[in-house]
Structures are given as C-alpha cells and as structure tokens.
Design a protein around this ligand. Structure first.
Ligand code: HAM
Length: 524
C-alpha cells in the first residue's frame, strides 16, 4: 500500500469511527426518555387509520341515534370498586390509584411543628379540603389525644414525622380523596347519567364514547396499560331484548363498514339476581369436588368468584370445566325467555352468533345477556369487543331502580391491529402537491396559491425556505407527493404554473384555472 492509499484508508477509518460515535450518541439520546412500559405512541400513518376507525364509528353510531359523551379519565376509586367489583382483577390488581391530596399540607409534618400541623389538619377537614370521612375523623381525634402526651417531647423525637405517616396508614387516614385512572367507562357513563338526572330525558338515553383506559396488566401483543376503547351504552326503563339485539347489530354494522373479516359473535346469558346465586352455589359445590385438580388461580376463585373459573385458559382445566353444570340449565323462567328472545331478535336481523356458556366476563355488573366478539390476527388477546346487560348498576350507584342498561366496548388497539393484519385500511400517503418556489417574488405568489389550493381541499406542502431546484424536487419525491407545482421567475412572467406528475415526469404549463382542473382530475 503506498502512502496515498494509506492516507485514504486512514481517512475512511476516521470517518467510519465518527459516524459510529454519532450513531451511539443518537441512540443514547433516544434512550434518555422512553414511553412508560405498556404505554405507546401512535404515529402517522397508523394514526390516520385510527381516525378512520373512530370517524366510521361516529357515523354508524349516529345513524342509530347515539350521541357522544366525553368523560373524565379520573374518577373516585370507589366508583369502580362498587360497579366493576372490589374482587375483580381490574379493581384489585390493575388500577392506577393515588391520593389526590390537598397541596396545602405536606404528607408528613416538619419536626417541631406538630401542634400547628394537627391544627391545620383540623382546619382543612372543616373546609372540606381533606375528606371528613369516618377514618379521617377518628384518626384526627386520636392524633389530638396522642398529641397531648407527645407534643411536649416532640422535638426530641426525630422520627416523629415518619411516625405520623405510619399512624395515618394504620388508621386509614387520607390527606385527600382516592382517585383512579379509569379502567373502563361504563361506570363513568352511569355516574354521569345519575349526576345529570338523565332519567328525565325522553326515550332511551343512547351514548357513545371513545378514549384511553388504563389497566396495569402484563403488556403483550394486543394488551397495553393505556389502551383505547370505543364504547356505547343504552340506559332506560326498558330491558326489551330488541335493545340487546340492536346494540349488537350496530356493532356488526361498524365492523362490516370497516371490512373487518373473521369477526365471531359469542353470546350467553348469565341470569339475574333471582337465578344466578343458586347457580353459583351449585357451581361452587361442584368445583369443591375437583378442587385438587385445579390450578392456584381457579382454587382461589372457588371462594371469591366461581364463575370466573369458567374463563380459565389453562390446558389441563379444560376437560374438568366442560363437565361443570351450565348456567343455561339453571336460568329462571324470565331470564330464559329473555335470552330466547335476544336470539330471535338477532335472527330477525340476520346476525350469526355462537352460544358460549363459558362467557361470563370479568366485571361484576353484568346480568342476563353477555357477548364478546373475537377477530383474527390477534393471537391470545383475540377479544376485540365485550359487552352485556347491567340492569342493577344504576340503582347500585344511587340512581333510579327502574333504569336498565346495556352496552359494549371495542378495544380500538385490537381492532386496528386486526385490520392491519388483514391489510385493510392502510391509508396511502396523502400529499397532493409539493409547491416549489424559486425567488422572493415567487414565494409570495406561492403562498397565495397554497392558500387557494388548500381551500379547495388539496394537501399542499410549501417549503418554508428557498431550496436549489434539484434539492427541492428531490424532497418532493421523497415525500411521495403526487405532483410538483413549480413557481419561478419564468412562470411569474408568463402568468402560468409548471406542474409535474412525479410518477412519470409528465410536465405541463397551465394557468391557474387550468391547474385546478388538472389537479382535480389527478385526484379523481
Ligand atoms: P372489557 O371486556 O373489560 O369490557 O373491555 C372491552 C374490550 O377492551 C376488550 O374486549 C378488549 O378488546 C379491550 N381491552 C381490554 N383490556 C385491554 C388491554 N389491556 N389492552 C388492549 N385492549 C384491551 C369493558 O370494559 C366494559 N366496560 C364493556 C361494556 C360496556 N359493557 C357494557 N358496556
């Protein structure tokens, strides 16, 4: 290797090293902050697919007379404990819960200021800033009594702050209200229905919602900690099976419009408060007999919620579960008639379904009709939608006993995933026109033209700074623009625009009205 070659090799090596260093620095920077585990960003072009799904839902639901309700993402923890159920996985393990404490008071008192700290608690409890719950009032009284003995020696106790915190925990004292990120939205809809006295509205109240829900589950494909639902609820005095069927029809109509293939509707009836308790006891008794053959989760559920054993996916439990008593054989007459009529109403609408006696759902508020829709391409998390009837829920949350309810929620993440797996709904890059301009006079003409093109509905990219011709048209190519419109001194002098179709290089000189006509033709 001569000296020149050696020099060249060194230069190549140096530039390789620099490139690697730059790449490593970029990776390091990108690792500084990442989305929290189980939470994700939805980026273009996928986000366009999400919008399309949501827009289609708005249109379809609108034709069934549903209107949108926008709900808060934070609710009182108790709302979910009461409705979804304290013992359910969702409430007992998966909620993001925190104390929304008053900002005026620190969670532990500064050493040496205990008497004024306790006084402050009293004041804040009186004003309502700290909840005046029973445990709070009792702890407060206790603190005062304790204070009489402790305050005099307080300054000597460096750990007093921690001690108070411990006392708070021990006695369930809360410096604020316990709130949770919503794990689902049916409870919120019912809360809003009661809060706003919607029972006085004529007919059934039909509401839909869309937005993020939060459950601290183990993340995997189709299962996230922040996920999205599109849901709908019908609240009113009637529990007519025709309502159940129409809600399902609406759902199937949406899936059809979105061209979702392979959707399978599973339905069941889980009875009501008249017949289910007896069935649950029968089931529990049978489960006790096979207890030793069941896994730890199912064993625990024999006590907490035997119905949930039917949900088990454990291979070795399947044969055992198949032999268990089935709810269909234990429904009371009213529930049996209701279920039969739901099925007839589905038939009337030409909706195919599979009966699945094991479909019990993981939320406590259901009664009678339950349903789930599975879709293809989702692996084990294949339920794209779940729903059912919840007639007692409005009363349970303090509303009128006469109000019945039914609804569903679609997992939007899963719906989009399934559509993607089928190659359905990917939106093509949407740039109609790259508007290249050269020179200050052309920039001002281009700004005006861009506005008129956008007003006419074209998607226009207007470079913010002047670029060389080759670079500008190169960018138009990389942005996958369908056409480049070129404005330079020559065009300005002639009162025309040059338009170039980027797929084949066809070029034309047109005046503005011809240009609009041409571009409309290109879009069609
Ligand atoms: P759910 O079955 O708990 O029902 O959730 C409904 C749908 O949300 C599921 O079928 C699934 O597609 C999606 N989903 C649930 N958890 C996750 C997750 N961690 N990641 C991704 N997707 C998920 C409810 O939430 C009820 N509120 C439905 C309802 C409305 N019932 C009556 N009205």
């Amino acid at each position: 290797m001569n000296e020149h070659d050696q020099e060249k090799a060194r230069a190549i090596e140096e530039s390789r090293r620099l490139r690697q260093e730059k790449k490593a620095a970029a990776i390091e920077r990108s690792h500084q902050f990442r989305a929290i585990k189980g939470l994700r960003d939805i980026l273009p072009p996928e986000s366009a697919q999400w919008s399309r799904v949501e827009q289609t839902a708005r249109e379809v639901f609108g034709t069934f007379g549903f209107a949108e309700i926008r709900l808060p993402v934070l609710e009182a923890t108790n709302l979910f404990a009461r409705s979804v159920g304290q013992e359910t996985d969702i409430v007992s393990k998966e909620m993001y819960t925190f104390i929304d404490r008053t900002t005026e008071l620190r969670p532990e008192p500064p050493i040496g200021e205990m008497p004024s700290y306790v006084e402050e608690i009293g004041r804040l409890m009186e004003s309502g800033s700290i909840p005046g719950t029973e445990p709070n009032r009792a702890t407060f009284k206790y603190l005062i009594a304790l204070g009489k003995e402790i305050f005099p020696i307080e300054e000597k106790l460096s750990e007093l702050g921690k001690l108070t915190e411990y006392l708070f925990q021990l006695h369930g004292f809360q410096l604020g209200d316990s709130v949770s990120l919503r794990p689902e939205a049916t409870a919120s809809v019912v809360r809003a229905y009661i809060q706003h006295g919607m029972q006085t509205l004529p007919g059934n109240v039909k509401l839909y919602y869309m937005g993020p829900m939060f459950r601290r589950e183990r993340p995997q494909k189709g299962r996230y900690r922040q996920f999205y639902q599109i849901g709908a609820e019908v609240l009113g005095t009637s529990d007519a099976p025709g309502i159940d069927a129409e809600v399902i029809e609406m759902l199937m109509r949406l899936f059809e419009r979105l061209k979702l293939k392979g959707a399978v509707l599973n339905i069941n009836s889980i009875g009501d408060k008249n017949c289910r308790p007896a069935y649950v006891e029968t089931l529990r008794a049978e489960l006790q007999k096979v207890r030793e053959q069941l896994g730890a989760d199912s064993q625990r559920r024999i006590e907490t919620n035997p119905l949930r054993v039917l949900d088990s996916k454990l291979e070795h439990e399947q044969a055992i579960i198949e032999k268990l008593p089935r709810i269909a054989d234990h429904l009371c007459d009213a529930c049996r008639a209701h279920y039969a009529e739901v099925k007839r109403q589905l038939d009337l609408r030409g909706i195919a379904y599979q009966e699945n006696w094991r479909l019990v759902r993981g939320l406590d508020y259901y009664m009678r009709t339950t349903f789930e829709i599975t879709a293809t391409g989702l692996g084990s998390q294949n339920a794209v939608c779940g729903g059912g009837r919840y007639d007692g829920l409005v009363e349970l949350l303090g509303g009128p006993a006469t109000t019945k309810g039914i609804g569903f929620a679609i997992g939007t993440d899963r719906l989009v995933l399934s559509l993607q797996e089928m190659g359905e709904g990917a939106t093509p890059g949407g740039l109609d026109i790259y508007l290249a301009w050269f020179g200050p006079a052309a920039q001002s003409a281009a700004i005006g033209l861009a506005r008129r093109l956008r007003d006419a509905g074209f998607v226009v990219e207007l470079p913010a700074v002047e670029m060389k011709f080759g670079k500008s048209l190169g960018l138009a190519d990389r942005l996958k623009a369908r056409n480049a419109v070129i404005v330079g001194d020559e065009e300005l002098a002639a009162g025309t625009f040059t338009v170039k179709r980027l797929s084949d290089g066809t070029q034309k000189k047109l005046n503005e009205s011809e240009l609009f006509e041409y571009l409309r033709g290109e879009r069609a």
